[in-house]
Ligand binder design. Structure first.
Ligand SMILES: O=C(O)CNC(=O)[C@H](CS)NC(=O)CCC(=O)C(=O)O
Length: 303
């Protein structure tokens, strides 16, 4: 059994400040003996609109957010404390004619080295009646491939991001490729909040895997550090009142929520739970879904 942590943040538009806050959560997770900490989507910043986001995005190599996390991991590692980090960030998309960003999830080892990177496949382009109009593709270039699950201290991990949670074929594919744990770092909207944990629990049950949902929570200070111009409104609805739903949690393969951050506070916080791969094995042995799928034969494809 391996303890993992999921962190809940309310990122501002200051990469520097958000780096310090992520580092504080990493220190708290290590102190509890967690071996991996999962942090939300867009932990490096939440911007006020597409232009602002494109202006804020920094490469992995130059990001003050990443720099603080790497320095923290190195320091902890030298002191004999090891934790790996999965965290959602933005990176400039190379050679993109629209100069968009990539919405990525990076996985760092205990020494702060980059091991894996996943680029969000499904972009949140929606217009909810009386709700937010968000057009993520104004500022983000979609990814185009599934990242094969990889070994971690807690088990084989499959990466996805936020809105990807609505596309079960990705979860099924990750399971087919060997995932035992799925994570969907998120910045979920208030309006669609009721779907969040239901979808997470569904993916856990469908794939017979642990699901970790680290999420942004609260009203974001999207004007921190902007010094004026870049934040001029050019897209609707993502105003300075942008608020995220929270409900960070860790779910077992039976769909049970093992740990959940408090909804009563917008302060940065953690929840922790043990990952027990025997539970995964038992579920899969008792109900061998993957040898019962009709895939190819009936549906023409096997996710
Ligand atoms: O890029 C950023 O700065 C942060 N990214 C986000 O907030 C993304 C795209 S706008 N949010 C979601 O995917 C919410 C999905 C959701 O809420 C649902 O599916 O109901």
């Amino acid at each position: 059994m391996v303890l993992v942590a999921a962190g809940q943040l309310c990122s501002s538009s200051s990469l520097k400040e958000n780096g310090l806050r992520a580092a504080a959560l990493i220190r708290r997770a290590v102190a509890q003996n967690a071996k991996i900490i999962f942090l939300p989507e867009a932990a490096d910043y939440i911007a006020s609109n597409a232009t602002h986001s494109k202006a804020l995005a920094q490469s992995y190599e130059t990001s003050p957010f990443i720099e603080t996390i790497r320095a923290t991991l190195k320091e902890l590692h030298c002191g004999g404390q090891s934790i790996q980090v999965a965290v959602g960030i933005h990176e400039p998309a190379a050679n993109d004619p629209l100069q968009r960003t990539k919405n990525t999830l990076v996985y760092l080892d205990a020494d702060g080295e980059l091991l894996h990177r996943y680029q969000k496949l499904h972009l949140f382009d929606v217009d909810i009646p009386n709700g937010p109009i968000l057009k993520e593709s104004n500022s983000v270039q979609p990814g185009s491939e599934v990242l094969p699950p990889f070994d971690t201290p807690a088990g084989k991990l499959g990466l996805a991001i936020c809105y990807d949670l609505r596309f079960p074929e990705l979860a099924l594919r990750l399971r087919t490729l060997g995932a035992e744990i799925l994570t969907y770092p998120s910045a979920w909207t208030m309006k669609t909040g009721p779907h969040f944990q239901v979808l997470g629990r569904s993916m856990a049950i469908l794939t017979q895997s642990y699901v970790v949902l680290p999420a942004q929570k609260g009203v974001h200070d999207v004007l921190a550090d902007t010094k004026g111009s870049a934040a001029a409104p050019d897209t609707p609805a993502i105003g300075s009142k942008r608020e995220s739903y929270g409900h960070t949690c860790i779910i077992d393969p039976n769909g049970t929520i093992l740990a959940e951050c408090s909804d009563a506070s917008d302060a940065d916080q953690l929840c922790v739970a043990d990952i027990d791969l025997d539970v995964v094995d038992k579920m899969r042995t008792n109900m061998p879904l993957w040898s019962q799928r009709r895939g190819e034969e009936v549906f023409g494809y096997f996710p």
